[in-house]
Design a protein around this ligand. Structure first.
Ligand code: ADP
Ligand code: MG
Ligand code: MG
Length: 212
C-alpha cells in the first residue's frame, strides 16, 4: 500500500532490532578495525531497549510519540556516538510525523529528511566524512528522487535501501574525518564504516517491512 501505518513502522523498528542483533558481531568487527569494537553491542543494546518500549502496553498508538519513545530509549541506553545519533534521527522523525496513525510517502520522506538533518546538526559531519551519513544521505535523496519521478512507493523505498547499501560500500575508500575512525587518518582508508553499515540495515529493514 502507499500508506505506512503505525503498525508497519513498529514492525520496521522491530525488524531493524533483529537485523542489528543478527549482524552485531560483524558491526563490532568493522568497528574493531577503525574504532573501539563496540558498534554492534552498542546498537544491539539500544535497539533491545527500543523493542522493550514497543512491547510495552503503554506505548502510544500514534506515530510521533512512538518514534519519540524509541529515540529516547536509544539516547538513554547507548553511551557511544551512535546512540545519540540514531536517537536524534528517530526523535526528529517523531517531530516531523506528529500525532498521526499513518504517513503517506511524502510525509515519510519529510520525516526521513528531518531525521537526517538532526544527525547532521548533532554530529556536524558532512557527506564523504566516512560516517553513517554516507548511507543516510543517499538513502533519503534516492527516496525523495524516486517519489519526485512519480515512482510507486515500493520502488522508492527499495531505491532508498539500494542507495544506502551503495553508500555503505563506498565508505571503504573514504578517509574518516569524524568520530573515532578519524584518529587513524590515512589508516582509516580501506575499511567499511560500521555506522554506514548499520544504516544500510535500517533502510533494508524499511524496504522489507513497508512493501506489502
Ligand atoms: P563510538 O565511536 O562512540 O564507539 P559507535 O561505535 O557505536 O560509537 O558508532 C560509531 C559510528 O558512529 C561510526 O562508524 C560512524 O558511522 C558514526 N559516527 C561517529 N561520529 C559521527 C558523527 N559526528 N556524525 C555522524 N556519524 C558519526
Ligand atoms: Mg565504537
Ligand atoms: Mg565506543
Amino acid at each position: 500500500s502507499e500508506i505506512v501505518d503505525v503498525t508497519t513502522l513498529r514492525s520496521w523498528l522491530i525488524r531493524f532490532a533483529g537485523d542489528v542483533e543478527e549482524h552485531a558481531a560483524e558491526l563490532t568487527e568493522l568497528d574493531s578495525a577503525i574504532g573501539d569494537a563496540d558498534h554492534g553491542s552498542n546498537l544491539a543494546r539500544g535497539m533491545k531497549a527500543v523493542v522493550s518500549v514497543l512491547a510495552d502496553d503503554s506505548t502510544p498508538p500514534s506515530i510521533g510519540p512512538m518514534l519519540k519513545q524509541s529515540g529516547m530509549a536509544l539516547v538513554s541506553t547507548v553511551g557511544g556516538a551512535s546512540g545519540p545519533l540514531y536517537g536524534t534521527f528517530f526523535l526528529r522523525m517523531a517531530t516531523a510525523a506528529g500525532e498521526c496513525d499513518a504517513l503517506g510517502p511524502d510525509s515519510l520522506a519529510a520525516a526521513f529528511r528531518a531525521g537526517l538533518e538532526g544527525v547532521v546538526a548533532r554530529g556536524k559531519a558532512s557527506a564523504g566524512d566516512k560516517t553513517m551519513l554516507d548511507a543516510l544521505i543517499p538513502a533519503v535523496d534516492a527516496f525523495e528522487a524516486a517519489l519526485g519521478e512519480g515512482k510507486p512507493f515500493g520502488d522508492a523505498i527499495r531505491a532508498a535501501a539500494d542507495a544506502a547499501e551503495a553508500g555503505r560500500d563506498a565508505t571503504t575508500g573514504l578517509l574518516a574525518r569524524k568520530g573515532r575512525a578519524s584518529y587513524l587518518g590515512e589508516r582509516s582508508v580501506g575499511h567499511q564504516d560500521p555506522g554506514a553499515t548499520s544504516t544500510a540495515l535500517l533502510f533494508r529493514a524499511a524496504a522489507t517491512t513497508m512493501i506489502d
